[in-house]
Design a protein. Sequence first.
Length: 333
Amino acid sequence: MVKGTFGGFTGDCVPREYTDLALEAHEALRGRLGMEVPGVRVSEDHQGEISITRVEIFSEEGERLMGKSRGNYVTIEAPSLRRRNHQLQAELGRVLTRELTGLLRLKPNSTIFVVGLGNWKATPDALGPRVVNNVLVTRHLKEHIPQDLSGGLRSVAALAPGVLGLTGIETSEIIRAVVNDLHPDVVIAVDALAARNIERIATSVQLADSGIHPGSGVGNERRGLTEKILGVPVLALGVPTVVHAITIAANTIDILLDKMREQPSFLQIIEEMEEAERKGLINEVLNPLVGDLMVTPKEIDVLIEDLSRIIAGSLNAALHPNINEDEIFAYLN
């Protein structure tokens, strides 16, 4: 690591990586280490325009290095999703349904509690509440309809508890109270995430069987929703909708360097810096001006609406085995 100074930067001011995605944390860490990350296994699969990356953190060392809990993290990416390709949206829904089914491993009589995290008054943070609005809830029906007439529907309850600033109550406190009364077999927490790669905004979905820590990707970490805290398994489902402004600046410098590698200039000193040092420099320059500014696409309202319907459709197909998957996604074709 280069020490010394450059524009007042000492090399000691290294900003935190603002990302909720295990895939991105692994990419950054592997780049810094120059080797595979101990305690972490990664595999990739492709299906047409969709790529699926599985990151498994299986040891204490992996947890410590990655800064994430032990478990399985599945990232489904469709780079062209923001073009609103309906066929691709439907295919993403089918892939997500299969991944959900594999991670949940539900029994026919399982009870599922779907939680839509986030602030319904702020569009980039409204994914969870929007998904809950489209989820098929059946718990109230299962209690009154005979088993032979229930049509293969599982018992599903859903709630969008809001955020601390709206309710004055920690989200985890509300959810824990409901779980203690409802006794579900699994909690599915849906939330908006933060990414460090601009291209993953509204084009990726992450599933994690390790639970979730709301707000961690934007430096505002709240009490987590995990099996240890709630007493039941927690599957987290999220989509990156924002990126840190400093990350955008860092990506800009990376692109600039790629274009100037054959043109030696005063920027050589920046090129010789490691990635963490460049981000430290950018953080020192921009932080007094933009602070913890988060950036989201201008069409985020449309993207959130599309994604919430895709995710809700996948949840409905995965949770209720007798629902026809083709019919759920037919409106997207």
